[in-house]
Write a protein of this length. Sequence first.
Length: 367
Amino acid sequence: MKIKAAVVYEKGGPFVIKEVDLADPKEDEVLVKIAGCGVCHTDEGVRKGDIPLPFPIILGHEGSGIVEKVGTRVNRLAPGDHVIFSAYRCGECEFCLSGHPAECIHMVEGSFSGAYADGTRRHRDENGVELHSFFSQSAFATHVIANQNNTYKIDDDVDIALMGPLSCGVNTGVGTVLNIIDPPAGSGIAVFGCGGVGLSGVMGAKIAACTTIIGVDVVPSRLEMAKELGCTHTINGKEVEDVAGEILRITGGAGIDNCFDTTGIPALINAAIIAMKQLGKCAICAAMEENIMDMRLTSRVRSEAKYLIGVTEGDSNYPFFLPKLVDFYKAGMLPFDKMTKYYGLEEIDRAFQDSLSGKVIKPIIRF
Ligand SMILES: NC(=O)c1ccc[n+]([C@@H]2O[C@H](COP(=O)([O-])OP(=O)(O)OC[C@H]3O[C@@H](n4cnc5c(N)ncnc54)[C@H](O)[C@@H]3O)[C@@H](O)[C@H]2O)c1
Ligand SMILES: [Zn+2]
Ligand SMILES: [Zn+2]
């Protein structure tokens, strides 16, 4: 069928809005009419070439929409269902079966290879050029094909165009706090980077009843939003040179219980190790250069029994956790809509610019 999609033809290139041919869904796949797709920093990483994927490509991995057609073997979804998607999970490997689908051994081939998990490509432009896909989804488009394993039915009494960011950015922030850090009620947490992921971590910390929540960023409007979403304290990293010292000051010298870094900046991760109490966990989720640790701090990690933990997609068990995020939103506990702004497909370049400049935290392309 003919769909409309935003295609990036070369590394660093603009989005080109095209009519594109999309293949039919296979027997275990669904065709979904997209209502919205969030802009995540990871899309920009691929567009710029920092995350190497083949071009031309249709990006977009925070899609939401309504099922239009299902393959013959699809048994969990039906036309009319409201759905969001996750990164690819096979459903059968040891990590999928033990409730850690973000670590699925086929995740990279299904999400970051430029093809669907079975190695096929499903899109062609008007010149017959095969287009690469992203996350077995490619949701900067009016329609997508997705495997039923990575497509999740959610309640239909919420604005479906808004729900896409729940699947990646919000899931990564809330999931990292609730699933990995698992902070006790009444504890403290510092969140480095108040973008879509960090602010979702702040909302997760509020859900977990943390009573000291420190947000660190360099953009004043983001620090304002951090306060609105639950931070008890904020630190502007441009004004405060010694972030660890400031966290120690805020906590009366005791240190903070846990930290969550979304910046990938070595100095901040080192500050987390210094500013945490014994047994503190510092979760890290951003792409970063190698050798981030100041090796002099490893003795501190050992002697103070601290944890440095890498996290993908909040280590969420998607079928269980993604609908729970919708419940949090409906209960008023996850007001992630405050971070969002809608753009039309034709405005996608501006949506990316506004995300990069810090003007908008979570743009959503609405169809
Ligand atoms: N591991 C995963 O599964 C996963 C999932 C989604 C996103 N990510 C990654 O997480 C990271 C965050 O994503 P995002 O969408 O929130 O990005 P974002 O760009 O919206 O947020 C990053 C924030 O860090 C702030 N920042 C930059 N320099 C700083 C400094 N020196 N001190 C303090 N703050 C600083 C920025 O102002 C921005 O608000 C990205 O690297 C993204 O690729 C990882
Ligand atoms: Zn993402
Ligand atoms: Zn798997």
